[in-house]
Design a protein. Structure first.
Length: 294
């Protein structure tokens, strides 16, 4: 890694100053110019099991809805109508904690409960301009569980919702899907929307999930992000850069990609960091999400 790379990251990264999901969104103000006229934002986390990445995704969602007019959330992992959350954010009927306790694993967290609670509160304040979940084909029972067929189905759901509603959409899931890579959901959305699809990667260096996750090898992108010296930051990878920085962004890369039962050594590879993501939100340290009891 060229010594210029951490200096470029340090100069261009915007610090994120709070992990309170309900706090004012002033530190996310740079997102306004970064997002521009994008129609679909893919927020992909290196793991769905980290509290810090979940809260950052929630706060990005809040900013996009409250400040930039996004009105739909595609939340990867289950069908919101199946578990009752679509009805809850529309009407307030039911117990969202009990609904999430019955959902598939990625949704059984206090962090997702905070998101659902915020969506309901937003709709109470803006009954004529609600935020809503996108429709999903999962309830048909025909959705593939993994691979390119799943990504194709997920992309079709997002494209179909946008064509039906005209909503600007936030897709929140894992980087295995949101990265701008051929065959993945992110690659398909970039093909359909061009630069109207923006890929946001949420990365981390080390922590617990709850098993210990050590710092990655030196050639992982997270190593350079942490070497810049900022604990939590938002970085636009499209910012003007020197030849060494461009070479780093465009060279073959690896970055963490950890699922609920995967080896912590699992990682995204076969592409470049600057090819996968337009923006990156990076945390040096993470802690586990808080699980909801059944």
């Amino acid at each position: 890694m060229h010594e210029t790379v951490p200096h470029w990251i340090r100069r261009n990264a915007r610090p994120l100053t709070t992990l309170d999901p309900w706090a004012p969104l002033d530190d996310l103000a740079p997102l306004r110019s970064m997002v521009g006229d994008a129609t679909i934002i893919g927020v992909g986390a290196a793991t769905r099991q980290a509290h810090e990445l979940s809260v950052t995704a929630h706060r990005i969602l809040r900013f996009l809805v409250e400040e930039l007019g996004f009105r739909a959330l595609a939340l990867e992992g289950d069908d919101p109508e199946r578990v009752g959350l679509g009805s809850y954010i529309r009407s307030g009927q039911g117990d969202p904690r009990a609904m999430l306790a019955r959902a598939r694993p990625f949704w059984r967290t206090e962090e997702i409960l905070d998101v659902v609670t915020w969506m309901r509160a937003h709709n109470q304040r803006h009954p004529d301009d609600p935020v809503r979940f996108t429709a999903t084909s999962r309830s048909s029972g025909q959705t593939p569980r993994s691979g390119a067929s799943l990504d194709a189905r997920l992309a079709d759901d997002v494209i179909g919702w946008h064509e039906h509603s005209g909503d600007r959409i936030v897709y929140w899931g894992g980087i295995a899907h949101t990265a701008r890579s051929s065959g993945r959901l992110g690659g398909r959305l970039r093909e359909r929307f061009g630069h109207g699809y923006l890929s946001v990667g949420l990365t981390f260096e080390r922590g617990s999930l709850p098993w210990p996750v050590p710092a990655p090898p030196a050639n992982f992108a997270e190593t350079a992000l942490s070497a810049a010296g900022t604990d939590v930051s938002l970085l636009d990878l499209r910012t003007r850069r020197s030849d060494p920085v461009r070479a780093w962004l465009e060279s073959s890369a690896s970055t963490r990609m950890i699922g609920p039962a995967q080896d912590p050594a699992e990682h995204l590879s076969g592409g470049s960091f600057g090819g996968w993501f337009d923006l990156v939100g990076h945390h040096r340290d993470v802690t586990p999400v808080h699980l909801i009891s059944a």
